[in-house]
Write a protein that binds this ligand. Structure first.
Ligand code: SF4
Ligand code: SF4
Length: 402
């Protein structure tokens, strides 16, 4: 006769979750939480969460973690690293505590339906947008000289360009990919892309609690990387950059990687003579969470913008480590409806308001999540219709005369 499964007691569940945090690098520091509340205060949606990080740790200590898995407001976490940045005892809150909590919510079936669709699309098609893998390189049609695809070239290259999901498929981001291809071509960079062999880097899915899916995607990309000879990976996607730099090596997939802004900033001497056309505008730069706070790349994007003739670079009050999140990280890209229901505001709107306050004509970005998100926000923030959103690659191509 089958015996009924007895659910673990609240205390056992809390203890096993607590123990699982010790398997994460630095996770044992959770024991040193001071309950200072700084993380809760800095969290952009902390005021809406039943369990922002500090309160989650308090629930764990009280052996009440099952209450956390019942709280759907955990999904308001956009993995922005603001809490990790300010924690005085450096507890890995974003990639550790909050991500492990989301894994438990997924196991409990507590998941917004929009997120479920994005994860299923990724599982089935290799990208969260549900697009055909065969169309992954379609964005490059018409680029001259043509964008080389590694499986067709069959030769070593200097740079393997990882284009990413949004750069490959999203109608607002495909022009960014074409602009970057034009910049690479103008600089005579020897590069190639994976085309249909590329799948999602999986970092946002990992941070949304789907570690198994992340590992499957990493294995697929790792197999594709291993087939070709190249010196380094360059990507325009800070989420892919974070995955390749910090997460894939733990799975034995280790290659040098740089964000395109770092790669181009190193070539400023060659780039500057090509920037012949003035872009007369007051420009402010939004630091993406996964380029800035998570990986410390702050200056390369600013060096590129400063090299463009005519640009006056101004800073928003929240810049570098205090940058405001666009709301797209950690699965936020796929749960806009859920977050709107809870917050009746979007984080991207906060950022657009700040760009307006410093009198910017252009909000410059360097992450494929951002141009679509901020452009949408310019349509809903009163008076923001005049703010132009441009990726740095687009501004460089424009200054080259594209
Ligand atoms: S990572 Fe960002 S959104 Fe998530 S809990 Fe920390 S501060 Fe809040
Ligand atoms: S900032 Fe760090 S020490 Fe303070 S409550 Fe949050 S997790 Fe605990």
């Amino acid at each position: 006769m089958a015996t009924a499964t007895v659910p673990p007691s609240s205390a056992t569940f809390s203890k096993s979750f607590y123990a699982s945090l010790h398997e994460i690098p630095g996770g044992e520091k959770v024991r040193t939480c001071l309950q200072c509340g700084t993380c809760n205060g800095v969290c952009p949606f902390g005021y809406l969460m039943d369990y922002p990080p500090g309160k989650m740790i308090a629930a764990l200590r009280a052996q009440r973690f099952e209450r956390v898995t019942e709280a759907e407001t955990v999904w308001m976490c956009v993995s922005c690293y603001a809490c990790s940045q300010v924690c005085p005892v450096r507890i890995p809150l974003t990639a550790g505590l909050m991500t492990r909590a989301k894994e438990e919510l997924l196991l409990a079936g507590n998941i917004p339906s929009e997120l479920q669709i994005a994860l299923e699309n990724t599982q089935r098609y290799g990208n969260p947008l549900g697009e055909s893998p065969r169309k992954r390189a379609d964005w490059a049609k018409g680029v001259k000289p043509r964008v080389p695809i590694m499986s067709e070239e069959r030769r070593p290259v200097e740079v393997l360009w990882f284009v990413g999901d949004y750069g490959s498929y999203h109608p607002r981001v495909q022009p960014v990919s074409r602009a970057l291809a034009n910049v690479f071509n103008a600089l005579r960079i020897d590069f190639g892309i994976l085309g249909a062999e590329e799948v999602s880097d999986g970092d946002s899915q990992r941070l949304a609690g789907e570690r198994g899916l992340f590992e499957m995607l990493a294995a697929k990309n790792g197999r594709a990387f291993s087939q070709y000879e190249f010196k380094e990976i360059v990507t325009g996607d800070p989420h892919a950059y974070n995955a390749f730099k910090n997460e894939y090596p733990r799975l034995g997939i280790a290659y040098p990687v740089r964000h395109y802004t770092e790669f181009l900033a190193e070539r400023l001497d060659a780039l500057k003579p090509l920037l012949k056309h003035e872009v007369n505008a007051r420009v402010t730069y939004h630091d993406p969470c996964y380029l800035g706070r998570a990986n410390g790349v702050f200056e390369a994007p600013r060096q590129l913008l400063s090299a463009i003739p005519g640009i006056e670079l101004v800073e928003m009050p929240h810049n570098r480590t205090t940058s405001l999140c666009c709301g797209g990280g950690g699965g936020g890209m796929w749960i806009d409806g859920f977050q709107w229901e809870k917050a009746h505001t979007r984080l991207s709107e906060w950022r657009v308001r700040e760009a307006m306050k410093v009198g910017a004509d252009i909000l410059a970005v360097a992450c494929p999540y951002e141009a679509p998100r901020f452009e949408d926000a310019t349509k809903t923030v009163p008076g923001a219709a005049r703010l132009i959103v441009r990726d740095i690659a687009e501004l460089l191509a424009e200054a080259m005369g594209d």
